[in-house]
Design a protein around this ligand. Structure first.
Ligand code: G5P
Ligand code: MG
Length: 225
């Protein structure tokens, strides 16, 4: 049975390291019937299996550049077409992140389960670099850890599978500053687009533990009976 009175179709916007993946994990613990889609995780899986898209994407990711719109849009659109039903609740992390991607997705879902909430995670960008440098990930699942904030139970080992954790190639100081630059350059038009649709909310806080209760309350008040 669904936890929602009406489907939740949420996009999380936020700078690299702002906690999109962290909020996704917290929401999935509370609402198991939400389909979560992270564009970054899907791309890293493509890279791991050395697909054509993976080979094309790895250079962009390593340099902190965005994958061209047509490639990422095709990847996510195909995924959504296969997975979504007219009543699905879903959570997008990291896509759309340019105005072109936003417009294309909006048009493609116009007659279907279109986004009905966009939440910008507004985190002071000065606190983020430290988080990124201490992040370790489990590539297969996308689970993220942080040596201070949420360390694995056994050092450098995934809690669920027991497999080793790794560092993301783009989690260096130099690449992070490029990712942040591109995020800041793309954000304005994308926010304006969703603001004009009347579905944009901003939640501020310098810790994910401050943001999550606000996000959960908004969802509870607006989507849960
Ligand atoms: P991604 O994978 O989408 P980014 O750069 O958007 O990457 P990222 O780095 O994955 O975002 P996040 O998910 O917002 O960050 O953050 P997170 O992983 O939850 O948290 C970061 C760290 O901080 C973790 O270690 C976490 O444990 C810790 N943490 C969380 N909260 C707190 C806290 O309160 N306190 C502390 N101390 N720590 C905390 O995209 C990667 C690349 O893929 C391509 C691009 O090349 C992109 O650069 N790509 C796309 N290209 C074009 N279009 C798209 N739509 C694309 N999507 C991906
Ligand atoms: Mg992430």
């Amino acid at each position: 049975m669904s936890s929602f009175a009406r489907p939740l179709r949420l996009l999380l916007l936020g700078a690299p390291g702002s906690g999109k993946g962290t909020q996704t994990s917290k929401l999935l613990k509370k609402y198991s019937d939400v389909l979560a889609i992270s564009s970054g995780d899907l791309l890293r899986q493509e890279i791991a299996r050395k697909s054509t898209l993976g080979q094309l994407s790895s250079k962009y990711i390593a340099e902190g550049k965005l994958i061209p719109d047509e490639h990422i849009t095709k990847l996510i659109s195909n995924y959504l077409a296969a997975e979504l039903t007219p009543t699905s609740s879903y959570l997008l992390d990291g896509f759309p992140r340019t105005i072109n991607q936003g417009r294309t997705l909006h048009e493609s879902l116009k007659q279907g389960p279109n986004l009905n909430l966009v939440v910008e995670l507004d985190v002071d960008q000065n606190v983020i670099l430290d988080r990124i440098e201490k992040r370790w990930v489990h590539t297969g699942s996308g689970r993220v850890y942080n040596l201070d904030y949420n360390p694995p139970k056994v050092p450098f080992t995934d809690d669920v599978t027991g497999e080793p954790l790794s560092k993301r190639v783009d989690d260096t100081r130099e690449v992070f500053s490029k990712r942040l630059e591109s995020y800041n350059a793309e954000l304005g038009p994308l926010k304006d687009f969703y603001n004009d649709l009347g579905i944009l909310e901003t939640i501020s806080g310098d810790s994910s533990d401050i943001i999550f209760p606000k996000l959960a309350k908004f969802i509870e008040d607006n989507y849960v009976s």
